[in-house]
Design a protein around this ligand. Sequence first.
Ligand code: 1HE
Length: 269
Amino acid sequence: MSAAKSGSGFDIQLPRSLKAERRDDIAILWLARAEKRNAIDDPTVFGIEAFFTALPDAVKAVVLAAEGEHFCAGLDLGELSERDIAQGIAHSRSWHRAFERIEFGKAPVVAVLHGAVVGGGLEIAAACHVRVAETSAYYALPEGSRGIFVGGGGAVRLPRLIGTARMMDMMLTGRTYDAAEGQAIGISHYLVPADAGLAKGIELAKHIAGNAPMTNFAVTHVLPRIAASDPAAGYVTEALISAIAQGDEEAKARLKAFLEKRAPKTVRS
Ligand code: 1HE
């Protein structure tokens, strides 16, 4: 284990495969095991869970980025061969816990993708809220060819993102999508040139950090639950969270600022 970068503002121990950095109200978590293409081993999974669980309240948005030529080669295949069925289930559940800390954690997360985003790498990307891809990014689910199955929540999150039929094709045929295709089918929200991903990710995270906290909570915690529920329950939940958000002092101040012409207009970007 190694401490998060000294002076980083994080009071937790992270494994060597992760580095954390603080920039004002933004945190950046780096996958930092480039020599193994950021393959995710057990210490990395537990480190991700610990990082997102212990995120200071003052951090309003997180960027998840990766060192080296590839975002993430997925599960550390070296760990796989020794597991029996019970251990396999426990392992998958440990990924679920960690990635749920990303998806339903304290702050929205922007993933910055480049190179291989494969297997568990695509699963962790899918747990983030906004995805920025550099043109080098490519996506695959090589589980099919390795004789295994996704285990990091991909079977839940990826059909929502790209559809069950596309995921089936990726797993059965080994199909790879390049960055432009990944953008077209909805894996990434933003496609940027080589080496421009981090700057774009930070820009987006800063914008997110400037939102009313209640809005960020509603969008990341409530919206996905509404989308997954039956419409009747969804309308009621929407009415409740809408009223809660409007009733918040922050919303009142922002609406007043707009009406007094002190707030920025919505512009075409
Ligand atoms: C690894 C891993 C890994 C690289 N586990 N060690 N994921 C995969 O099936 C993808 C496997 N990896 C690859 O296809 C390639 O490594 C890459 C396309 C990502 C990169 O290629 P390249 O040429 O840049 O690197 P490399 O030479 O293949 O690998 C460099 C080192 O990283 C090498 O180790 P070394 O000790 O020989 O230097 C590789 O063994 C190591 N490495 N990827 C372990 N994945 C919760 S369920 C999730 C299920 C899955 O994620 S399945 C998908 C697994």
